[in-house]
Design a protein around this ligand. Structure first.
Ligand code: GDD
Ligand code: MN
Length: 371
């Protein structure tokens, strides 16, 4: 289809950039349509676009009444294009940071993927002309989001992305909560989370030559906070989260174990070995329930407690215990330690890691939620 690509370019005070950019995009991809979304830029960006739109039928402009943020500019752009039948959408900045020379390669990739990301953070990509601080903020932002959202996309914050219409449908534009730059993270994370195939291609991002960045401290802080809301709304639990909860659960289990042991052995003077075994089973059962209901809970995936999973969990715990004892004895035998409890600590850590891995991959392996 000839009019299938819509390039959406949000602008706020981009008068020196927008006209040459539109011209370059159209010369590289003659079949593209362009939508400039301008927020009533005081510098007259909209008028400059309108002036050249007369003899460029592929150039469109959406004028909004005032600065409403990057996210709503893109969302309005998508909503303008969807009913007109475009099925590929490209987001790009107006300031030449996103070089139009990459568009043909993105178009090749979008044939076999739902989302194509121009990525600064993979081999072959990079940033030119940013201060070390700005670079750190961007890389740090990507890493921070990657960890919290447990999402493998390397460039989560970048704004040079191509979407199939079907990917936008899966993401659900009406559910987007971001106003500012965390929009990019939210869109990409949701695409991944809802099962779109995502491809990153390397791009060299160069700092703008004209005009100034609209990034501010406020926008930055909003982005940091929003990541948590995005995570909460989708109801995912990342591995670190799960591990911390798993560790707390294990700690509670130990308290229960010791308490029952104290009651029956110290107070009631019963034999320690059978009691110790009983304590193990009771504590492991408590751990199974808490892990089921809390550590590995997934909002949109309900599963009942089951006898079979409980048995598996007991086996996993026994495996953890065996590893604990093996590692502890190995260290004591082979290293000359001042205190043996160091060996036991290593044993506990190894047992717990094994135990967690078995729990995550086998016992509480919940299906990735796809819309
Ligand atoms: N309509 C509209 N409304 N446009 C806006 C607004 C707004 O409120 N805020 C920013 N823009 C436009 C700018 O005019 C520019 O075309 C584009 O959005 C990106 O803004 P810049 O100010 O140039 O962003 P940057 O260079 O600091 O940030 C770059 O890096 C970010 C983090 O990696 C961009 O690539 C961002 O997309 C990216 O998120
Ligand atoms: Mn820029």
């Amino acid at each position: 289809m000839d009019n299938s690509l819509l390039v959406i370019i949000p602008t706020y005070n981009e008068i020196e950039n927008i006209v040459p950019l539109v011209e370059e995009v159209l010369s590289r991809v003659p079949s593209a349509h362009i939508l400039v979304v301008d927020d009533n830029s005081p510098d007259g960006t909209a008028a400059a676009v309108e002036k050249i739109a007369g003899n460029k039928p592929a150039l469109h402009i959406l004028k909004r009444s005032g600065k409403q943020g990057l996210a709503s500019a893109y969302i309005d752009g998508f909503k303008w294009g969807i009913p007109k039948g475009y099925d590929i959408f490209l987001e790009m900045d107006a300031d030449f940071s996103h070089n139009p020379e990459y568009i043909p390669e993105m178009l090749v990739q979008i044939k076999i993927h739902d989302v194509v990301i121009g990525s600064r953070n993979i081999k072959g990509g990079g940033v030119e002309g940013w201060s070390a601080l700005r670079n750190m903020i961007s890389k740090g932002g990507s890493l921070y989001s990657r960890i919290i959202l447990s999402c493998p996309i390397m460039d989560l914050t970048g704004g040079f992305n191509m979407w199939r219409k079907s990917a936008l449908d899966k993401i659900g534009l009406d559910g987007i909560i971001s106003k500012g730059y965390s929009f990019q993270v939210e869109m990409k994370f949701k695409a991944y989370h809802y099962g779109c195939s995502v491809k990153e291609i390397p791009i060299l991002f160069s700092d703008r030559k004209h005009g100034s960045s609209k990034m501010s401290k406020k926008i930055f802080i909003e982005a940091l906070v929003n990541i948590w809301t995005i995570k909460k709304n989708t109801g995912i639990n990342n591995a670190i989260d799960q591990f911390l909860k798993f560790a707390v659960t294990g700690g509670l289990g130990t308290v229960t174990n010791l308490f029952i042991f104290y009651l029956f052995v110290d107070l009631a003077k019963m034999r320690e070995i059978p009691i110790s075994i009983g304590c193990f089973i009771i504590a492991a059962t408590q751990n199974y329930i808490i892990n089921h209901k809390w550590s590995f809970r997934q909002k949109d995936y309900a599963e009942k407690l089951s006898f079979k999973k409980w048995q598996l969990f007991i086996c996993g715990s026994l495996l953890g215990l065996a590893i604990n004892i093996m590692v502890m004895s190995f260290i004591i035998k082979n290293f000359n330690l001042p205190w043996k409890f160091i060996a036991q600590a290593c044993g506990i850590a190894s047992g717990m890691i094994i135990n967690f891995t078995v729990s995550k991959l086998v016992i509480f392996n919940r299906r990735k939620n796809v819309n």
